[in-house]
Design a protein around this ligand. Structure first.
Ligand code: IMO
Ligand code: MG
Length: 408
C-alpha cells in the first residue's frame, strides 16, 4: 500500500510527527519534495530529533528512507544532519537512499537565493537555503542531478568549487543512489509512506503564488517526485493544525490581530512552539481557515484529515473558525487565486465554546470533551472529509487513531 502524507496548510502542520508515527507500520519512507527549507520535528522517548532533509522514518532502526526525485539536496547539510543523528544514537548507513534523479544544491545557490529575494517584485521571506535557485536551474534544464556527478561529461563542466564541495561525499553517495521507480516496483506489496514537505498552500501551482516555495508540496508530488504512478496512491493524509500558521510573507486572512488579539497570538505561539525549526523565525498565527482547508482537500483528494495541536486550544473560552470570506462586499467560499483578493478578504467566523480541559494524552475520540468533539465534527462536515487521526501532544504516542490506517 502507498500512503501519502502532506501538509494541508502553509507548512509546519506536524507532518514529521505523523510520518514518524505511521512509519512504525511501514517498511520505507520516501520524502518527495523540498530540501533543507523543511523542518520536521520528532519527539520519541523524550529525545527531540530535528530533520530538514532526512525523511521522518529514520528514528526507527529498521526502516529504509529515500530522498526522492522531487527533492533538492545540499549534500553538506545532508551529511551534517546524518552525523547529528548518529550522535543521537541513530545509525543510518545502509538504509538512507537518494534518488539518482534528485537535483543538487550548491553553496552559490544560497547566496543567489538571498540576492534574488532583494530584487523580487514581491519579497517572499525565503529560508535562504538555495531551494528556489535549485528548482529554477532544474526547470531551466541546467541543473545537476545526483547521478550526473558520476557522468564524466557533466563532471568536467562543474566549477572547481562545486567539485570541491561534493568530492568528500562521492564515495558515500555512490553507495546511496537508487532508481526509485525500480525500487518501488520491487517493493510493490510493502507498506510505503510518501512524506511531503511544506504544505499544499505553499505548492508552486496550487499555493498562494508568488508567496510559495518552489517544489510540489501537493499529494500528486508523490508521483512526480517519489517514484510511483498516479494510480498507485491508496490514501492521502492531509495534516492540519487546529489553527493556522505561516512563516514568511503572503496573504493570511485569519491571522490574529496583533493589537486586539496579541495575548491570544502569544499564547498560541508559545504553547504551540510556533517558531521555525529551520530559521527560528516566530510563525504568524491565526484562526483555522476552513475555506483554505476545503480547497486543500479538493486539490489533493485528501482521503483522511489529520488534526494536530488540538490541545493548544485547551484553555480557550471561545474558538473561532473561518467558514467564508467577504471580498468586495460578496461572500466567497472558494479560495481565490488572486493575492490581492485574498489580502482584502475579511474572514466570516463561526464561534464555538472552548472545552476548558487538558486533553493531552487522551487516547480515544469518545474521551475528548463534548465541545472538542463538536469542533472536530464541524471540520469534517465543512470539508466533507473525515478526521481519522488526532494528535494531542508531541510524543509519538499522543496520537488517536479513529480508523485503521493500512487496510483499504
Ligand atoms: P515544512 O516542511 C513553513 C516558506 C518560507 C517562505 C516560502 C519560500 O517544515 O512544513 P523557500 O526557502 O522554500 O524558497 O521559501 O516558503 N517555507 C516554509 N514554511 N514550513 C516549511 O516547511 C517551509 N518551507 C518553505 O518561509 O515563505
Ligand atoms: Mg517546518
Amino acid at each position: 500500500m502507498n500512503l501519502v502524507v502532506i501538509g494541508a496548510q502553509w507548512g509546519d502542520e506536524g507532518k514529521g510527527k505523523i510520518v514518524d508515527y505511521l512509519a512504525g507500520s511501514a517498511s520505507v519512507v520516501t520524502r518527495f519534495s523540498g530540501g533543507a527549507n523543511a523542518g520536521h520535528t520528532i519527539v520519541s522517548g523524550g529525545i527531540t530529533y530535528k530533520l530538514h532533509l532526512v525523511p521522518s522514518g529514520i528514528v526507527y532502526p529498521d526502516k529504509t528512507v529515500i530522498l526522492g526525485t522531487g527533492m533538492v539536496i545540499d549534500v553538506e547539510s545532508l551529511f551534517a544532519e546524518l552525523h547529528t543523528l548518529e550522535e543521537q544514537g541513530i545509525s543510518w548507513k545502509g538504509r538512507v537512499l537518494i534518488s539518482e534523479r534528485a537535483h543538487l544544491v550548491f553553496p552559490t545557490y544560497k547566496q543567489k537565493d538571498l540576492e534574488m529575494e532583494k530584487h523580487r517584485r514581491n519579497p517572499i521571506g525565503t529560508t535562504g537555503r538555495g531551494i528556489g535557485i535549485a528548482y529554477a536551474q532544474k526547470a531551466d534544464r541546467d541543473g545537476v542531478r545526483c547521478c550526473d556527478l558520476f557522468n564524466p561529461a557533466v563532471w568536467k563542466t562543474l566549477k572547481d568549487e562545486e567539485k570541491a564541495f561534493v568530492e568528500p561525499y562521492m564515495d558515500l553517495l555512490k553507495e546511496m543512489i537508487v532508481d526509485p521507480v525500480s525500487y518501488m516496483a520491487a517493493h510493490k506489496d510493502e507498506n510505503k509512506l510518501f512524506e511531503g514537505a511544506q504544505g499544499a498552500l505553499l505548492d508552486i501551482d496550487t499555493g498562494t503564488y508568488p508567496y510559495v516555495s518552489s517544489g510540489y508540496s501537493i499529494a500528486s508530488g508523490a508521483c512526480a517526485g517519489g517514484g510511483i504512478g498516479a494510480l498507485d496512491i491508496d490514501a492521502v493524509y492531509g495534516v492540519f493544525k487546529a489553527y493556522n500558521t505561516r512563516v514568511g510573507n503572503g496573504p493570511f486572512p485569519t491571522e490574529f490581530d496583533h493589537d486586539a488579539e496579541g495575548e491570544l497570538e502569544n499564547m498560541v505561539r508559545v504553547t504551540g512552539r510556533e517558531f521555525g525549526v529551520t530559521t527560528g523565525r516566530p510563525r504568524r498565527c491565526g484562526y483555522l481557515d476552513l475555506v483554505a482547508l476545503k480547497y486543500s482537500c479538493r486539490a489533493n483528494s485528501i482521503s483522511d484529515l489529520v488534526l494536530t495541536h488540538l490541545d493548544i486550544y485547551d484553555d480557550m473560552e471561545e474558538i473561532k473558525v473561518c467558514t467564508a470570506y467577504e471580498i468586495g462586499g460578496k461572500v466567497v467560499t472558494d479560495f481565490p487565486a488572486r493575492v490581492d483578493l485574498l489580502e482584502s478578504a475579511k474572514p466570516i467566523y463561526q464561534t464555538f465554546k472552548g472545552w476548558k480541559k487538558n486533553i493531552s494524552g487522551t487516547k480515544k475520540f469518545e474521551d475528548l470533551p463534548q465541545k472538542a468533539q463538536e469542533y472536530v465534527e464541524f471540520i469534517e462536515q465543512y470539508t466533507g472529509t473525515p478526521v481519522t487521526i488526532i494528535s494531542v501532544g508531541y510524543e509519538r504516542d499522543d496520537t488517536m487513531i479513529r480508523k485503521p490506517v493500512w487496510t483499504r
